[in-house]
Design a protein around this ligand. Structure first.
Ligand SMILES: CC(C)(COP(=O)(O)OP(=O)(O)OC[C@H]1O[C@@H](n2cnc3c(N)ncnc32)[C@H](O)[C@@H]1OP(=O)(O)O)[C@@H](O)C(=O)NCCC(=O)NCCS
Length: 179
């Protein structure tokens, strides 16, 4: 059974069909997608949401839709994901996040990520959770550091789906160990 998580201001829950327009709008926003290889059209967002749903079905957890408790608004997503590519640090489970631009700068990503990390190490008993992003993505790196993850100084890697030398291809790696 897939459970939802809750923080002071957010509900972290599995996806509903009604989330698609908001999810697609977020994934089409060039500001949100600045450090990702490309913005997504609605069809690609629909496929991505299906992939998130399959992950929930298979593992019982995944990348949760974030809902603002106060007004029910879509905030973005945060959660856990089995890394699909092969690298020096895989197999691994990552913690990841993407927020609607209008929800940046309120501490929502850090609040949700704290809850997910606690759930991952605590309830799920995961020994290690990783996170990674492009070198220049300081906001995302800020979330990793605020939730207590530590950079693996030997962990920098080239994102496999991008050609070597691609401006968004060089990634930093952060790790969190169960205490
Ligand atoms: C990465 C991302 C989720 C970070 O969002 P964010 O809103 O900056 O992160 P936080 O939730 O930690 O919020 C921190 C900010 O909220 C502010 N804030 C306001 N109220 C707050 C509160 N109650 N508690 C904590 N912080 C608060 C902080 O001061 C900080 O602001 P600053 O960045 O201007 O210093 C967001 O930039 C994003 O979605 N980026 C695109 C997707 C992406 O790059 N994902 C990772 C790719 S691998």
């Amino acid at each position: 059974m897939t459970s939802s998580l809750e923080t002071d201001r957010l509900i972290l829950r599995p996806w509903k069909a009604e989330d698609l327009p908001d999810f697609a709008r977020m994934n089409a926003d060039p500001l949100v997608m600045e450090y990702l290889p490309r913005a997504l059209d609605e069809d690609s967002s629909g496929k991505l949401m299906k992939r998130f749903e399959r992950h929930f079905k298979k593992y019982g957890y995944g990348l949760y839709a974030l809902e603002n408790k106060e007004n029910g608004a879509f905030v973005g997503f945060t959660g856990l994901n089995h890394v699909e590519f092969s690298a020096a640090f895989t197999p691994a489970i990552e913690i990841a996040w993407r927020l609607d631009y209008g929800s940046w700068g309120r501490g929502y990503a850090t609040e949700a990520a704290h809850a997910v990390l606690e759930y991952g190490h605590g309830t799920l008993g995961l020994k290690e959770i990783v996170s990674f992003t492009v070198h220049d993505n300081t906001r995302s790196i800020g979330v990793m550091e605020k939730i207590g993850m530590a950079r693996d100084s030997d962990g920098d890697f080239d994102y496999p789906a991008l050609r070597k030398g691609h401006p968004l291809g060089r990634f930093v790696l952060y790790r969190s160990q169960k205490s």
